[in-house]
Design a binder for this molecule. Sequence first.
Ligand SMILES: CC(C)(COP(=O)([O-])OP(=O)([O-])OC[C@H]1O[C@@H](n2cnc3c(N)ncnc32)[C@H](O)[C@@H]1OP(=O)([O-])[O-])[C@@H](O)C(=O)NCCC(=O)NCCSC(=O)C[C@@](C)(O)CC(=O)[O-]
Length: 303
Amino acid sequence: MATYPRKVKIIDVGPRDGLQNEKSPVPAEIKIGLVHRLQQAGLTEIEVTSYVSPKWVPQMADNHEVMAGIERQPGVRYSVLTPNLKGFETAVADRPDEIVVFGSASEAFSQKNINCSIAESIERFAPVVEAARAAGIHVRGAMSCTVGCPYEGEIAPDRVAYLAGLMKGIGVQHIGVADTIGVGTPVKVQRAIEATLQHYGVDDISGHFHDTYGQALANTLASLEMGVWQFDTSVAGLGGCPYAKGATGNVATEDVVYMLQGMGIDTGIDLDKLIDAGAYISDFLGRKPNSRAATALLNKRAG
Ligand SMILES: CC(C)(COP(=O)([O-])OP(=O)([O-])OC[C@H]1O[C@@H](n2cnc3c(N)ncnc32)[C@H](O)[C@@H]1OP(=O)([O-])[O-])[C@@H](O)C(=O)NCCC(=O)NCCSC(=O)C[C@@](C)(O)CC(=O)[O-]
């Protein structure tokens, strides 16, 4: 039997990663309502929004309104994405607890997503990381396309190690290993994590798995087996990346919490309240939650 961590921390990225790709505008008050429901469900890490170009990602243009409207709960960390100093300087006025710089293991995805090469992205991130740390703001990094890229295909683990080393070199404190397009399978994901472990300890690594091919829970389990205990997930399985056509949302928070509860692993999350949060946003979007566990439990409730 594999040994698993006794506790897992979930970072719900639904309000940001989940909603960034929605075609119709989602009003700030709905996003705020979602954040409130997530914290009521026991989430202690919520990725709220991003400070990126509104021309590139219009759905996140209300970042200030959303951050200002949240009634903050003690013990909850609110994070935001900041790709450059311009984004950081705007974000800092909204008092995030954590900022996220996001790079890519694939050159082509870096160009499509943030309009620069991997090397240039690190040059842009370095002053952001320095300013954030000087202001006492925690810095997380996200590494996209650690298994596969929509433009380059399979990505070799040494490219993941290379990016992780660059992120570490500029002072990024925690690193997320993302399977942006959900093509990963357990052994490939383990190789990407192994590459990241060359530069970061296991306590500073999180998994971020999209569920395009239905592999995200298996990839979560494979990561748990390596001692990874922090995961980005998205309530109701919301999401997709505007620069990764066809990729679906992150693994649903409900599915991960259901699996972990069944394994006796503590998440601190109330599954019933989480289902309510997922139903709230899914009702607004006019569709069913993209979560097997949520669907089963909602059907059970309905009798
Ligand atoms: C990165 C940039 C901004 C570079 O964009 P750029 O065009 O290279 O930057 P620029 O410095 O040349 O500026 C061009 C225009 O953008 C403005 N600008 C410049 N920076 C900002 C900013 N921070 N906030 C607001 N506006 C900004 C700037 O003021 C200017 O405005 P104009 O003069 O044309 O009116 C752009 O490429 C961009 O916004 N890209 C969107 C990236 C994004 O949000 N992608 C989705 C999130 S990442 C993701 O989902 C993956 C992840 C993290 O979940 C992990 C995974 O699954 O892989």
